[in-house]
Design a binder for this molecule. Structure first.
Ligand SMILES: NC(=O)c1ccc[n+]([C@@H]2O[C@H](COP(=O)([O-])OP(=O)(O)OC[C@H]3O[C@@H](n4cnc5c(N)ncnc54)[C@H](OP(=O)(O)O)[C@@H]3O)[C@@H](O)[C@H]2O)c1
Length: 238
């Protein structure tokens, strides 16, 4: 693995699951971090652990579904670090639990899931990408899922949001192809996290990837080369 030393990595939803694993791995590799989540205690615990690697960590309580929180997170991070080298739009929500069938799903639930999983990443990327373009350097990673492409019972709202995020990724990637700023989509595969267990309580953890292993491979891939594909499938990481 190369190194993230001297870079600033911004990760949404870093208090548990894949986001926490990415923050820990990036801190070990020497990156300064700007992280957010809604739950303060868990987020601060991750921030403290990462500071133990002697890196600078900005932890901001922010709900990615809330436009003013996103603006505050971006503004605080840009003020602290000057610019962001890598943004990982990781935070996402499944919607109401237990997962409703689409026939019964309230449209207001889709509105919220779209705010969190699509509008949030769009707004945050817009807030930091200007600096990336000025420096002609940067990477935005939108965390996707196979559910963006395949229909799964109960995951309709989440699937629709991730398919929309993938569409934004493809268009953004096309718009930036003459620059050295990349916007890519990564499907991390099925991981043993709170989200996966909420969606599929019967899942056997032994059948699932460890978020720590996925984070390791994902960051190795990112520092090894800037991927040319818009979408990186779990198979690429495995
Ligand atoms: N787990 C899987 O099998 C799997 C498979 C494919 C793709 N993915 C994708 O991988 C990413 C990470 O998933 P995960 O399984 O690690 O999820 P997770 O365990 O539920 O963790 C989600 C993280 O995001 C934060 N978060 C959730 N909603 C937020 C909001 N509105 N604003 C700010 N932070 C928010 C959570 O903290 P708070 O609740 O405190 O805010 C937490 O830190 C997601 O994009 C997911 O769609 C997961």
């Amino acid at each position: 693995m190369g190194t993230l030393s001297g870079t600033t990595v911004m990760i949404t939803g870093a208090s548990r699951g894949l986001g926490r694993a990415l923050a820990r791995t990036a801190a070990r590799e020497g990156a300064s971090l700007a992280i957010c989540a809604r739950g303060g205690e868990a987020l601060e615990a991750v921030a403290e652990e990462c500071r133990g690697q002697s890196v600078e960590v900005l932890a901001v309580l922010a709900d990615i579904a809330d436009a003013s929180d996103v603006e505050r997170f971006a503004a605080t991070a840009l003020e602290r670090f000057g610019g962001i080298d890598v943004l990982v739009n990781n935070a996402a929500e499944l919607g109401p639990l237990p997962l409703p069938q689409l026939t019964d799903a309230p449209s207001s639930a889709l509105e919220h899931v779209l705010q969190a999983n699509v509008l949030g990443p769009l707004r945050l990327t817009q807030a930091v990408i200007g600096g990336m373009l000025l420096r002609n350097h940067g990477l935005v990673v939108n965390i996707s899922t196979d559910a963006a492409l395949i229909g799964f019972e109960g995951l309709g709202l989440y699937s629709a949001s991730k398919a929309a995020l993938d569409a934004l990724t493809r268009s953004w990637s096309a718009e930036l192809h003459r620059t050295m700023v990349r916007v890519i989509s990564v499907d991390p595969g099925d991981m043993h996290t709170a989200m996966h267990m909420a969606a599929d309580p019967e899942a056997n953890p032994a059948d699932l990837l460890r978020p720590e292993d996925v984070a390791e491979r994902l960051l190795a891939l990112l520092v090894g080369r800037l991927p040319e594909a818009d979408r990186i499938e779990a198979a690429t990481l495995a």
